[in-house]
Design a protein. Sequence first.
Length: 149
Amino acid sequence: MSPDGLALIGSLGLALLDERGWDVDCVGGLTLGADPIAYAISYASACSGRPRRAFTVRKEPKTHGTGKRIEGPFMPGDRVAIVEDVITTGGSALRAIDAVQDEGGTVAGVLALVDREEGGRETIEAQGIPVAALVRAHDIVARLGPVTP
């Protein structure tokens, strides 16, 4: 959540959305991991000529206030990208996908910062949803260099 991190992730996430041709109206995912990523991408898109809105999916609807599961400027009919900080099992992304679809949205894909390569990508893709990650676990490990005991 540092300014430098938000600037980097926002621009890289936006570039990946464009590279994949997902053409989304908004980005968001399950709170709390997805929130800063969605906000960073939305902010980066402000000057892109194609601004994208950001939203948050609550784990459970609140019993007071709006009582909504999705907060923010999401609208039925929106085409969205679900964002994740880390994909492990795919469970968080699937919960967010279900919430968006239940509210009348269409999911273009799941964008993750890190794919831990522990089966989550395959679980999501088995539902017909494409997945894109900025980096995969083996890429990070390779950059760390040799590990000494």
